[in-house]
Design a protein around this ligand. Structure first.
Ligand code: ZN
Length: 273
């Protein structure tokens, strides 16, 4: 009787240990993003510092911020944080504006991104449509021509004039113009404005809004092109950091800082810098 009692206790302990290990494994494979710590306390409703960054970055459009709301110049409002917890795919496919800040973008450094670390790759399309245009024709009406590498290549490039993106890209071009040793990376442009979906997705590319530029495809790497049967992505880059830093100085982020790398790609996202 006594012996079977001890065996029962032992089996119970073993069963509980197995359950505990299984639960831990399950928790470690599903990463949930969002802001549960804020939702847990209804009295705690600070103005997110990222909300302030948005207003500072886009003063021609955002005239106010109030708790969890963006107030646009046309008096319309947009919720900043939808309070939903999301896994990585949901962040890409159904992001609110706050989700765009999930991964912190660090400019100027030399680094290799870790798994799924894609700062700036999450975009709320409605947010960008509001500023740059709701359709291909609306975006196109806001485009301006800048001169790419004026004293050497002297090539016309289309980019939006909204938020002064054209002025920033011209400044980048002027700086690159004098750096002859880097010209091979930038003297052939992969493209700027193009109203299109991102390859293999239903999401609009940043090129749709006229805020992005692809530099020379010949010296670039894109994770979709390098995809193999292996589930892990092996980071590749040929673009010198000196070029990246010039873009970052002028409000552009670089797709080479993403785990899902796109090293030819730069887009105007001053709120992340
Ligand atoms: Zn691109």
């Amino acid at each position: 009787m006594k012996k079977s009692f001890y065996i029962l206790i032992l089996i119970s302990i073993l069963a509980l240990s197995v359950l505990f290990i299984l639960k831990r494994q399950n928790e470690s494979t599903t990463i949930i993003y969002g802001s549960p710590q804020i939702k847990a306390d209804n009295n705690f409703n600070p103005i997110d510092s990222n909300l302030i960054k948005l207003q500072k970055s886009y003063p021609d459009f955002i005239i106010g911020i109030k708790n969890n709301t963006i107030i646009w110049k046309d008096s319309s409002t947009m919720i900043f944080d939808d309070s939903l917890e999301k896994d990585f795919d949901e962040l890409l496919n159904n992001p609110d504006v706050q989700d765009m800040f999930t991964f912190k973008y660090t400019p100027f450094i030399v680094d290799t991104p870790c798994v799924n670390f894609d700062p700036g790759r999450i975009r709320n399309d409605e947010f960008f449509k509001k500023m740059y245009g709701f359709s291909k024709n609306e975006v196109r009406a806001n485009l301006d021509t800048i001169i790419w590498l004026p004293s050497t290549l002297n090539m016309e490039v289309l980019i939006t004039k909204v938020n002064g993106v054209n002025i920033q890209l011209q400044a980048i071009s002027n700086e690159l113009d004098s750096l002859i040793m880097y010209h091979k990376y930038v003297e052939t442009i992969g493209g700027t404005f193009n109203w299109r979906k991102i390859l293999n997705t239903n999401r609009l590319s940043a090129h749709s809004f006229g805020i992005a530029i692809d530099i020379n495809v010949k010296y670039s790497n894109y994770w979709e092109w390098d995809k193999s049967y292996s589930s892990t992505i092996k980071y590749k880059n040929q673009i010198p950091i000196e070029i990246v830093r010039i873009f970052e100085k002028h409000g552009f982020i670089w797709g080479g800082r993403w785990y899902h790398y796109d090293t030819m790609h730069f887009e105007y996202r001053p709120e992340l810098l």
